[in-house]
Design a protein around this ligand. Sequence first.
Ligand code: GLN
Length: 216
Amino acid sequence: MLQISRRHIVWQSGAGRSVKIGVLALQGDVAEHIASLGDCGVSASGVRSRQEIESVDALVIPGGESTTIAKLAKAFGVFDLIKSRIASGMPTYGSCAGMILIADQILDGGFDQESFGGLDAQVRRNAFGRQVDSFETDLTFAGIGGAPFRAVFIRAPWVESVGAGVEVLASFNGHPVAIRQGHLLATSFHPELTGDNRIHRFFVDQLCKESSKAGI
Ligand code: GLN
């Protein structure tokens, strides 16, 4: 169902309630994800407290520094909450550091680096090299129509291997860089930086609406 709000068309679940998406606001490019989701017509806000994280239907974990985000999640007392919400089916999209944080296994992680997990994949941190090796390229992304997607890679991870239930949506030089497993989506790159909202829209339309239909 669609409802016209002040600025946006707000997508509503079958129950008539608008879907609330939280962007984990501990560190990283939070504002850019909120803007991209807003442009897709969903209500999004930064979340960091237990109460805020409990109140959202879906979560975006932004790019930034995965070790820092994990440490801050512990310091704010929300690490286990996020982990258990992901495990119990909350639609979650992890971009770059967010991809690392929702992977079950991190390769080349920092000492004792932990992830929220959920995604049956091995993700190699800083796989494309150092900050100076950051780059942009055009990718074919399964599930979104139109022109190739301009992808910005900043000290990005790649996916080393995936389990049977994981779908590869985009690859670069033979390495998966966008994957989906049911309610979880991860990209090595940063769609929030380009103004092209097709991947955020894919998350909202394909992952958030699906779980809402299933009553999660
Ligand atoms: N290299 C960062 C990390 O390991 C990720 C970089 C990014 O999110 N742009 O967490």
